[in-house]
Design a binder for this molecule. Sequence first.
Ligand code: EPU
Length: 328
Amino acid sequence: MKSTLQLSPEPVDDVINQAALHAEVISDLFRDFSIALPKDTLVHRDEPLARRTTLRVGGPADLWVEPSSENALTSVLELCALRRVPWFVLGRGSNLLIRDGGFRGVVISLAHGHFSRIERVEDRLEVGAGARLKTLAVEARRMGLTGLEFLEGIPGSVGGALRMNAGAMGAWMFDRVERMRCMSPEGVIRDLPVAEIEVSYRSCPLLRTHLALGATLRTHSGAVEDIRRQMDTYSRKRWDSQPNQPSAGCTFKNPSPELPAGRLIDELGLKGTRVGDAMVSDVHANFFVNLGEARASDVLALIELVRTRARQARGVELETEVEILGED
Ligand code: EPU
């Protein structure tokens, strides 16, 4: 008791001092951005992130920046490094859980048109990291190119799909990648053939440190009507088996192909389980939906509840597929 009374003023002071110092660094970085970045690069302070994610929870980012070119992006990374401010790239926010305190640092968005190109080169597509997967699938169909139908209903961007090797309907992103362009944290651009990129189920380790800039995708010529039919089949399957409420997609990776997390959670009888307004979907048990007013802390508590039950009842350690960022 005594030691608590003696010690408590210092840590509180430390926290206040650190927060004040951090606020100063962010103000300096904001000024750096205003001076160094081109005028068409968007920079916001205290950007609410909940509306930037499909789960719709979480606090604000100190700074939000949408670089208008690769040079502008390099400058952003250099300035963040100089000021020692952390950053991350947010795609369409479909696989992301931001904690309620938000993110102390810079969130980079590749939403500027410069990063969203979709160009045909013979039977290949050159695509930017900011392009939407839905737009990509529809464009490929319009061009009579088959192979990307499975992307139609994934609510993400090309960059996000590369980063997590997104998949659906038995295919995953890197099945179609021929080359990938990425940028190191120092701003150095690399253009790699797929054979030189390590990938696995829901993972591309290189993109934990590097930013995806775009990719060359392999496709084949096909009949537009066949492509449309395939996309319609996928879409129907998705609507039948996945909830139409705000969520971050599948919460956990499947422990194995034989043991999908959704089936496991369903078998544990957890569909409909709620913490606040976060609920295990009663349509698909690996989707945790926001019924309206959920907070990140509710979703995190629900994740822990389900993990604990899976561990205790079945000895299975569930690993989150959803990326969790920010502070409480
Ligand atoms: N199942 C249940 N109860 C449920 C949910 C599923 O019994 O509540 C059973 C299904 O009947 C099926 C099996 O579990 O026999 C697998 O379910 P599903 O076909 O829906 O596939 P999944 O493995 O749960 C994966 C991806 C999804 C992707 C679908 C469709 C993962 C973690 N999930 O889901 O990706 O959309 O296949 O191809 O790999 C995502 O990554 O965010 C995501 C949604």
